[in-house]
Write a protein that binds this ligand. Structure first.
Ligand code: B3K
Ligand code: ZN
Length: 861
């Protein structure tokens, strides 16, 4: 496949200020007529080039007259047009029911809907399908009234009517010029939950969430999140909504989480539908975050869009930051920060250290769908967050005001964003721009020494080589830092140290005794810190640090260091005993700390993930990591058996509500079971069964089932089977809950997980055509280290087989399964060879999608 380079960007030669679309809807043969007002740009001399993908033009008219002087260049339709302005009319016919890729116009459970980002519009009609061509859309659609009673598109409804033949029609107009990727159409038998919001300037906005009949009782949380986000964006970023209505449609078959189409967001049902019986607290939070994210795109993405797809982080990094800030304001800010860092470390750090590493603004791609990554999204958010740290909130806000003001209605670049922040916030981001250019997670080494009354901190940085970027320049790394007095347990105020050189020295006078260093507080920079620290100092910070993230981090470090030493065979018995005792004591004090709220307590008591431990090692042995981590869990389970049981009892007594205290109790309840299950499976199974049977909410039920599903002990097997069978029967017909049933089993600690997943793939409820179901089974499996890394390679084979089977159906989703296999260079040699062999087997298959081809070939390079 051709490689597309950022440096090759050229402005469009033709614009399309207006487009009128006319759809004759049908599940299997939708007829599309597109009228494009095309306009030559300046002195450009080229022909009109329109992108297409898998479609054929049935007719082409120029200014209303049939025209035969066009030709195809690959998938593009080319017309040599004289003059400046014309109306080009093109008719195409598409088969939505056959569209298993779920890109373009497709059918989902009898309804029709679209997904156009990034390049789906060209599967509907021929068009300059690039984000820097902005058009005003008028959309007319006609379809069977019985099958498609609801007809929606972007903007405002302008007219509708019934025809004599049982069809009806509707016309929509979107006054805001937009790129084709923001076009949307929905036609189906849907019911709306409605509410309204009045903007601060007094505009009344009608809000509707469209779902299948029966689901309208489960839209309340999404609606609340929408209203909260509309208000928050006015308060915090000064951004007001700009249409009289805002529609959301929930769809069961969807490649991504949701899509920010102008005035007509289309959502995966999993980010809309919730009630206490069927959705966990995590689901509630995810709904709030995704609804906000898509809403915030109305400004960061739609009003100001991207010039080209290399600029994707312009809208995604910024919008992720905005949704993170929103969720922090709606709930517990410290807990949200810890969760976001955990996601970054679990998903983005491995990307940055593997064969698919790329800067947040990539330089080249073959298939843009492969660049909707944790790097572009989550690291992109961290990069902008660092600007907020450097500028402070008020100056940062001046920067974003200037950005929106300067670029409203434009297709902008990351450079435009950086310059607006520089100008508005009065900040020099010259060297800082390297965060957009260089891939790889910087490593900062910190050494603290003490002499006389002065503490001296030496910081040095390196940025690792990544594919195509062997040599790196130093970055700007803002590190929030505090030095603690051991005697008082206090520090004297936090300082922002900004590391810009390969090495810098900072001195701190006034310390008569060596202080304890707390660095990268709040995770102010997305870097890895190497800091040789005494166990006693980590224990000190775990007890005293007033920065909640830093406290969490001290506990994580304590455990990571212990586990890394243990798996490296670097832990003599005595040191192992001391390490374990220290971890146990810290756990005991967190369990007993009355000043902690339960949500935060729950964060502090999470063991570092196996992937994050592997990330610390040049070549990881997944079975050793798993064994050592389980051993630590077992130790904590048995040493603190009394406190865990007491915790489980205390939390079980808290009644269900969505308040923080009740959520915290639910989080801890299942955590207590997890530790108990490692040391006393019989007692844990007894408690889990009781929790399952008494559950009046999905958080408790899923947590209990997860614990039961992981217990391999023979005497607990009956309870495990019974709970799984009950869960399936209880929620039959609820696709989102049946997804949970699949993923609970695929992520289980149970030793037979691989066999269970093989059997589940043949279950009547399993299908390869629904992305949620595929991810529920196989993403959960690929993220289950013990099962995926089975020593004989059966886990790798299972994922490779899946990729090959899924690719012809949905290449976009299939490609998402390549990165787990692509980690082979960082895994011990025997498994690495097995992983590589599976990648080679995929590479040798004929007819791979561009998506899978790119990921596999990069993973083998
Ligand atoms: N912008 C969409 C991404 C769609 C994915 C296309 N492959 C969702 C979001 O980030 O809001
Ligand atoms: Zn987004």
């Amino acid at each position: 496949a051709p490689v597309i380079h950022r440096a090759d960007y050229r402005p469009p030669e033709w614009l399309v200020p207006e487009i009128a679309l006319d759809f004759a809807l049908s599940l299997t043969a939708t007829h599309v007529r597109a009228d494009l007002e095309v306009q030559r740009v300046g002195t450009a001399s080229g022909p009109l080039r329109l992108d297409g993908d898998g479609i054929a033009a049935k007719s082409v008219l120029i200014d209303g007259t049939a025209h035969n002087d066009w030709y195809m260049d690959g998938d593009s339709l080319i017309i040599d047009l004289p003059g400046e302005r014309h109306t080009v009319t093109i008719e195409t016919e598409i088969n939505p029911a056959a569209n298993t890729q779920l890109s373009g116009l497709y059918a989902s459970g009898g309804m029709l809907c679209t997904q156009c980002e990034a390049e789906g519009f060209r599967r509907i009609t021929f068009f300059p399908d690039r984000p820097d061509v902005l058009s005003r859309y008028t959309v007319r659609m006609t379809g069977e009234k019985a099958a498609f009673p609801v007809l929606l598109s972007n903007g405002n409804p302008v007219a509708s009517g019934d025809n004599a033949d049982g069809t009806h029609w509707a016309e929509w107009h979107d006054p805001w010029p937009k790129p084709s990727y923001l076009f949307a159409l929905v036609a189906g038998d849907l019911v709306a939950s409605r509410d309204s919001f009045t903007t601060r300037s007094g505009r009344r906005v009608d809000l509707a969430i469209y779902v299948r009949a029966g689901d309208e009782t489960r839209t309340g949380h999404a609606m609340k999140a929408l209203i909260d986000s509309m208000r928050w964006d006015e308060d915090v970023y000064g951004r007001e909504y700009d249409l009289d209505l805002f529609n959301i449609v929930a769809v069961a078959d969807f490649n991504a989480g949701a899509m920010e189409n102008k005035g007509l967001n289309v959502f995966n049902t999993r980010y809309i539908l919730a009630d206490p019986e069927t959705a966990t607290d995590g689901d509630y939070d995810a709904i709030e975050g995704v609804v906000a994210h898509e809403y915030f795109h109305n400004w960061s993405g739609n009003r100001v869009t991207c010039r080209d797809w290399f600029q994707l982080s312009l809208k995604e990094g910024f919008t992720v930051l905005r949704d993170q800030q929103f969720s922090a304001d709606m709930g517990s800010a410290p807990v949200k920060r810890i969760e976001d860092v955990r996601i970054l470390r679990a998903a983005q750090f491995p990307e940055d250290s593997g064969p698919l590493a790329h800067p947040i603004r990539p330089d080249a791609y073959q298939e843009i769908s492969n660049f909707y990554t944790a790097t572009v999204y989550n690291k992109g958010a961290e990069v902008i967050r660092m600007m907020t740290v450097l500028a402070g909130p008020e100056r940062f806000r001046r920067g974003t005001d200037l950005y929106f003001d300067r670029h409203d209605g434009e297709a902008a670049t990351c450079e435009d964003f950086v310059r607006a922040i520089e100008d508005g916030a009065e900040l020099d981001l010259g060297q800082f721009r390297r965060w957009y250019e260089q891939a790889g997670t910087p490593r900062v080494t910190a050494t603290l020494t003490h002499a006389g009354d002065t503490a001296t901190l030496v910081l040095s940085q390196t940025v690792p080589a990544t594919p195509g970027q062997p040599d790196k320049q130093p970055m700007v790394i803002p590190l929030r830092t505090a030095l603690f007095d051991r005697a008082t347990g206090q520090h004297r105020g936090e300082q922002l140290l900004v590391l810009t050189e390969p090495e810098q020295t900072f001195t701190f006078p006034g310390f008569t005794a060596p202080p304890v260093l707390s660095i990268n507080r709040g995770f102010s920079a997305p870097v890895a810190i190497d800091l040789p620290m005494e166990t006693a100092d980590l224990v000190f910070l775990a007890a005293h640090d007033d920065d909640p993230f830093a406290r969490y981090e001290a506990m994580q470090q304590l455990m990571v260091r212990h586990l890394v030493a243990a798996v490296s065979g670097d832990l003599p018995d005595e040191a192992r005993g001391e390490g374990l005792a220290a971890i146990r004591d810290v756990y005991a004090s967190v369990l007993a700390d009355a000043a902690l709220d339960d949500l935060m307590r729950g964060e502090l008591l999470i063991l570092p993930g196996e992937g994050y431990i592997a990330e610390q090692l040049a070549q990881a042995d997944p079975s050793r990591i798993h064994a050592e981590r389980e051993a630590l869990k077992r130790w904590l389970g048995s040493q603190l058996a009394g406190p865990w049981q007491a915790l489980h009892d205390r939390c079980t007594a808290v009644p269900y509500s969505l308040e923080a205290a009740a959520r915290g109790a639910r989080k801890l309840k299942t955590q207590a079971l997890v530790y108990l299950a490692a040391s006393d499976p019989v007692e844990a199974a007894r408690r889990a069964k009781a929790q399952y049977d008494a559950a009046d909410n999905m958080t408790d039920r899923q947590g209990a089932l997860m614990v039961l599903a992981g217990i391999g002990t023979a005497e607990c097997d009956e309870a495990r089977r019974a709970a799984l069978a009950d869960f399936h029967a209880r929620f039959a017909g609820n696709a989102l809950v049946i997804d949970k049933w699949f993923s609970i089993q695929a992520s289980a600690l149970h030793p037979d997980t691989l066999a269970h997943v093989t059997a589940l793939a043949a279950h009547p409820d399993f299908t390869l055509t629904n992305p949620n179901r595929v991810r529920a089974l196989y993403m959960a499996f690929a993220a289950n280290p013990q099962a995926f890394h089975a020593a004989d390679g059966a886990g790798y084979r299972m994922i490779a087989d899946l990729i090959l089977k899924l690719d012809p159906i949905n290449g976009n989703v299939a490609a998402r399964f390549v990165p787990p296999l692509g980690r082979w260079r960082r895994i011990e040699p025997t498994r690495a060879a097995l992983m590589r062999a599976e990648l080679e087997r995929i590479a040798a298959a004929p007819g791979l999608s561009r998506d899978v081809r790119e990921q596999v070939s990069k993973s083998l390079e």
